[in-house]
Design a protein around this ligand. Structure first.
Ligand code: ADP
Length: 467
C-alpha cells in the first residue's frame, strides 16, 4: 500500500485541482463521521487531530493552498458539528476556542511540511529522470552507427523528460530565430553542437536544461564524434593498407608468374642451339618452349581479362545461348584424359548471356575440379530454378574450408588446398569466373564438405525470364 502511495507522490505532476477540492470535501466529511463514535470515549476538544489526516493528504498531493483551504473547512466542520453548541458556528466554552485554534495552527504547519515533502519528491523524481536520460543518451550515441541518427532520438527524449513541445540537437552552430532559442554544446572553438528549443520557455526550465542537461550532453556528443572520426580513419587506413597489399600481391605474383616461363623458354631456346643434341632431346626442348609459351599466353590473357573486369570494361555481348553448347565448348578445352559426367535437365531453356564469357567461367571451374579431384570423375549438372539456370560443377577433391570459401574468389588468392599435387596456379581463375558471372547478371558460390569435395554453383538468368 505504501508503495502505491509513494509512486503516486513521486509522479512529479499534481492531479487536477477540481479533483483535489472534491477529495478535500469527502475527507472532511469522513473525518467528521469518524469523530462521532470517538466522542463516546474521549473529550471532544482533543478530537481535532482526526481532521489532520485529511489536511495532510490534501497538501501532500495538491500543495499548500488547497491544504490551507482544507484546514479552514476542517476547522469550520469541527466547530459546527462537534464543538458545543452543535449546529452553530459559535463556541460556548472558551477552552474549545483554544482547541480549535490549536487545531488550525497545527493543520497549517502540517500542510506546509507536507507541501515541502511533496516538492522534494517531485524534485527527486526529476533528477532521477534526468540521470536516466543521461545514461540513455550515452547508450544511444555510443551504440548507434551514426551520431546524427542518435541525436534525433535524443532530441525527442529531451522534449519528453523536460516537458517541452519539442527539442532538437544539431551538430555545428545555429542562428537564433524568433520562434526558437539555442544553447551551445561546449564553448568557443570546442563547441560540438547546439540544443535548439522553442522560444519563450520559463526561465527555470531553460536554467535546468543549461545546468543539468547540457554539460552531460556535450561530453557524450564529444565522445561519440571522436569515436566516429576514429572509425572513419580506421576504415580509410584499412582501405589503403588493403589496396597497397593487393598491389604488392599483384606485382609479386605477376613478376614471379611471368618470369618463370620466360626463364624456362630462354634456357630451352639457348640449349636447343647446341650441335651435339640428339633429335629427341631437341624435340623435348622444343616442347618446353611451346608449353611454357602457352602458359605465358594464358597468364597474359587472364591478367588482361581481370583488368577489364576490374575496370568494368568487360561488357558482355548478351545473346540467347544453349547451356549444353557452352558446357560442350568448355569440356573441349579440358585435358583429354579427364573424366566428366554431364546431366542437363531437358526442361532447361536458353541462357541470356555472353557465350564466350560463360564458357570461360565453366572452363576455369572444370579445370580446377579436375586438378583437385585426383582422377575422380567430375559431374556437371544444369537445371532451371524459376527464371534462372543453375549449373553445378561437382568434384570429389579435398573440399574447401569454410574460412576460405569467400576468399578463393579474390584475385591472386591461393588457398592451402590439400591434394593439389603441388599445383601452383596464379590464383586468377576464380576471380575471373566471378567477374564474368556477375557481368552477366548472375551469382557464383561454392558449397563444400571438407574431405568430401566441392561444388561450384553458377546461377545465370534464362532468356525467357521476362516473358
Ligand atoms: P588457382 O590458379 O590457384 O587454381 P583459382 O582462382 O582458380 O586459382 O583458385 C583459387 C584457390 O581456390 C586455389 O588455389 C585452390 O586452393 C582453391 N580451389 C579452387 N577450386 C578448387 C576445388 N575444386 N577444390 C579445392 N580447392 C579449390
Amino acid at each position: 500500500m505504501f508503495k502505491g502511495l509513494d509512486s503516486l507522490l513521486l509522479r512529479g505532476r499534481r492531479p487536477p485541482l477540481a479533483v483535489g477540492a472534491v477529495v478535500a470535501v469527502l475527507l472532511v466529511g469522513a473525518c467528521t463521521a469518524a469523530v462521532y463514535p470517538l466522542k463516546q470515549v474521549t473529550s471532544v476538544s482533543s478530537l481535532g487531530v482526526v481532521y489532520l489526516l485529511g489536511v495532510l493528504v490534501i497538501s501532500a498531493f495538491w500543495g499548500l493552498w488547497l491544504g490551507v483551504a482544507t484546514a479552514v473547512l476542517s476547522a469550520a466542520a469541527f466547530n459546527f458539528f462537534q464543538l458545543p453548541p452543535v449546529g452553530q458556528f459559535t463556541i460556548a466554552d472558551s477552552r474549545n476556542w483554544v482547541a480549535l485554534g490549536t487545531f488550525f495552527v497545527t493543520a497549517l504547519a502540517a500542510s506546509s511540511v507536507s507541501e515541502v515533502a511533496g516538492r522534494r519528491a517531485i524534485e527527486a523524481e526529476r533528477r532521477r529522470a534526468e540521470a536516466d536520460l543521461t545514461a540513455e543518451m550515452a547508450q544511444l550515441l555510443l551504440a548507434r552507427e551514426g551520431v546524427a541518427d542518435a541525436l534525433a532520438m535524443i532530441g525527442m527524449r529531451v522534449a519528453v523528460v523536460f516537458e517541452l513541445p519539442w527539442a532538437t540537437i544539431s551538430l555545428g552552430t545555429h542562428g537564433e530565430e524568433t520562434r526558437r532559442q539555442t544553447i551551445g554544446l561546449g564553448a568557443g572553438e570546442d563547441r560540438v553542437g547546439t540544443l535548439v528549443i522553442p522560444a519563450g520557455l520559463p526561465a527555470h526550465v531553460v536554467g535546468r536544461l543549461r545546468d543539468r542537461l547540457v554539460p552531460a550532453l556535450t561530453v557524450v556528443v564529444e565522445v561519440a564524434l571522436e569515436r566516429e572520426r576514429l572509425v572513419a580513419e580506421a576504415v580509410t587506413t584499412e582501405g589503403l593498407r588493403r589496396s597497397e597489399a593487393v598491389k604488392t600481391a599483384v606485382l609479386r605474383s605477376v613478376s614471379h608468374d611471368l618470369r618463370s616461363p620466360v626463364t624456362a623458354m630462354v634456357t630451352a631456346g639457348a640449349a636447343v642451339r647446341a650441335p651435339e643434341l640428339t633429335p629427341s632431346e631437341r624435340d623435348e626442348l622444343g616442347g618446353v618452349v611451346v608449353d611454357e609459351g602457352t602458359r605465358l599466353a594464358r597468364l597474359i590473357d587472364d591478367l588482361l581479362d581481370l583488368s577489364k573486369i576490374e575496370a568494368h570494361a568487360a561488357t558482355p555481348r548478351l545473346a540467347e545461348c544453349s547451356v549444353e553448347e557452352v558446357i560442350d565448348a568448355a569440356l573441349a578445352a579440358q585435358a583429354p584424359d579427364a573424366a566428366f559426367r554431364v546431366r542437363i535437365d531437358p526442361e532447361l531453356g536458353l541462357l541470356r548471356a555472353d557465350f564466350v564469357q560463360v564458357e570461360r567461367v565453366l572452363t576455369n571451374l572444370m579445370a580446377n575440379a579436375v586438378r583437385y579431384s585426383d582422377g575422380e570423375q567430375v559431374v556437371i549438372r544444369a537445371r532451371p530454378v524459376g527464371d534462372r539456370a543453375i549449373i553445378r560443377v561437382v568434384d570429389r577433391g579435398p573440399g574447401i574450408p569454410e574460412a576460405e570459401r569467400q576468399r578463393i574468389f579474390e584475385p591472386f588468392y591461393r588457398a592451402a588446398a590439400q591434394g593439389a599435387g603441388g599445383h601452383s596456379g596464379s590464383g586468377l581463375g576464380l576471380a575471373i569466373a566471378k567477374g564474368f558471372v556477375e557481368t552477366n547478371g548472375g551469382r557464383i558460390w561454392v558449397e563444400s564438405t571438407p574431405g568430401q569435395g566441392s561444388t561450384f554453383v553458377v546461377e545465370l538468368p534464362l532468356a525467357d525470364a521476362g516473358r
